[in-house]
Design a protein around this ligand. Structure first.
Ligand SMILES: [Zn+2]
Ligand SMILES: [Zn+2]
Length: 359
C-alpha cells in the first residue's frame, strides 16, 4: 500500500477504533471506506448532557492533537500498533506540537513586530544593552522548551477530558451568548490572576531567582516577550490553563485566546507607546509595560489597567507625559546636534530627573 492510499484509507478505520470524531473538512468529504467502498462520514461528537452540563468526554482528542495525528503522526510517524489515545504517545505529540507552535508564534509575530512596529530609535537609549536582540532571542529559545514541559502536562489533562473544554455550541443552553460571555470572563479572570502572580514574582523572596531575568531588558524589544526564566513564564501562563478546569470553554475559543495572549505579550514589548485616546484609561499597553521594565513597582497588568488601579500600582506611563524612553532618545539626539557632540544627560537620570532602579 502506498503512503498516499494508506493516508486516505486509515482515518475511517481509526475513527471506528477510537470512537471519536475526526475533524471534518470539505477536502475529506469524498473519502471511501476501503472495505465497503462507501463514502465515509465522520461521526457526530457526543452531545450528552447531565443536568445541562456536558459530561467529561475521556480520551476525546483535543482539536490540535487530532488534526496533527490525522494528517501527520498516524500516517507517517508512529507505528500503526500504537493507539492514538495512548498517554505517552499523546504526551510526545503534544510536546512536539506545543514547541513547534510556540516557536512559530514567537518568531513570526515578534519578527513582524520588530520590523514593522518597533521603533528602532529606542535602540539608541543608554539602557539598551549590547547585543540585546540576540540575547533576548537566545534567552527565549532556551526557555521555551522547558516552559513547555509543565504546560504539556496540563494540555494532557485537558486532552484526556479532565477539563471543562467542549466542542459543540449546542452543548450549552445559552449557546452563542455563553460563548461570547466566556471570552469576556476568560480575559477578566486571566488578567486578574496574572496581575497577582506577576506582583508575587516581584516579592524579594523569589524576584532574583525567577523574575529578574525578564527585567534585564529595561528597554525591551518584541523578542523579550518570551525571554523569561522557564518557571516564571509557566507561572504567568497558569491562569490560562486554570480557567478551563473551572469554567466551560469552547475549544476553538480556548485555542484562539491562547494564540491571542501570545500576540498580546509580544505587543506590550513592541515599543509602540500609542493607545487610542478612548481606550487610554483601560488598556495596559507597551507604554505601561515598558515603564514596568524600567521602574519595577508599577503597571504589573497584562491587558487592562484595572488591577493596577485596584492594587495601587497604576502609574500613568511616562510616554503619555512626554518623559518616556523615546522622548529621551530624541532629546538626547537634539542635544547632541545642538552642542555638536556630547550630551548633557546622565544615564541614570532618565525620567524627568527620577532615577531608574538597577534591580
Ligand atoms: Zn515584572
Ligand atoms: Zn515584559
Amino acid at each position: 500500500m502506498s503512503l498516499a492510499s494508506g493516508w486516505l484509507a486509515a482515518p475511517a478505520a481509526r475513527s471506528v477504533r477510537l470512537g471519536y470524531a475526526l475533524p471534518d473538512f470539505g477536502c475529506l468529504a469524498d473519502r471511501r471506506d476501503p472495505q465497503s467502498g462507501t463514502a465515509w462520514a465522520p461521526e457526530e461528537p457526543s452531545r450528552q448532557l447531565v443536568s445541562g452540563r456536558p459530561i467529561l468526554s475521556r480520551a476525546k482528542m483535543d482539536l490540535v492533537l487530532s488534526i496533527a495525528d490525522y494528517y501527520f503522526f498516524t500516517p507517517y510517524i508512529y507505528p500503526a500498533t500504537w493507539p492514538e489515545d495512548n498517554i505517552f504517545r499523546q504526551a510526545i505529540t503534544l510536546l512536539i506540537v506545543t514547541n513547534l507552535g510556540a516557536f512559530i508564534l514567537y518568531f513570526f509575530f515578534a519578527t513582524l513586530s520588530y520590523y514593522f512596529v518597533y521603533d528602532h530609535l529606542l535602540m539608541k537609549h543608554p539602557q539598551f544593552l549590547k547585543n540585546q536582540v540576540s540575547r533576548e532571542i537566545t534567552h527565549s529559545v532556551q526557555s521555551m522548551p522547558w516552559m513547555s514541559i509543565p504546560t504539556v502536562l496540563l494540555f494532557l489533562l485537558e486532552v484526556r477530558g479532565y477539563s471543562r473544554l467542549y466542542d459543540g455550541i449546542g452543548e450549552f443552553p445559552y449557546g452563542w451568548f455563553q460563548l461570547v460571555a466566556s471570552v469576556l470572563s476568560f480575559l477578566f479572570f486571566t488578567d486578574m490572576l496574572i496581575y497577582w502572580i506577576h506582583r508575587g514574582l516581584h516579592h524579594k523572596l523569589v524576584y532574583k531567582r525567577l523574575h529578574k531575568p525578564h527585567h534585564i531588558w529595561k528597554i525591551p524589544t518584541p523578542f523579550a516577550s518570551h525571554a523569561f526564566h522557564p518557571l516564571d513564564g509557566f507561572l504567568q501562563s497558569l491562569p490560562y490553563h486554570i480557567y478551563p478546569f473551572i469554567f466551560p470553554l469552547h475549544k476553538v475559543v480556548y485555542l484562539s485566546l491562547y494564540i491571542l495572549v501570545n500576540i498580546w505579550t509580544i505587543s506590550i514589548h513592541d515599543g509602540d507607546f500609542r493607545v487610542p485616546q478612548l481606550l487610554k484609561p483601560f488598556i495596559n499597553g507597551s507604554a505601561h509595560h515598558t515603564d514596568h521594565h524600567m521602574l519595577f513597582d508599577y503597571n504589573y497588568g497584562q491587558y487592562f489597567t484595572l488591577w493596577d488601579r485596584i492594587g495601587g500600582s497604576f502609574r500613568n506611563p511616562s510616554s503619555f507625559e512626554g518623559n518616556g524612553p523615546l522622548n529621551y532618545v530624541k532629546k538626547m539626539a537634539e542635544e547632541k546636534h545642538n552642542s555638536h557632540g556630547g550630551n548633557g544627560y546622565k544615564n541614570e537620570k532618565l525620567f524627568n530627573g527620577e532615577c531608574t532602579k538597577t534591580e
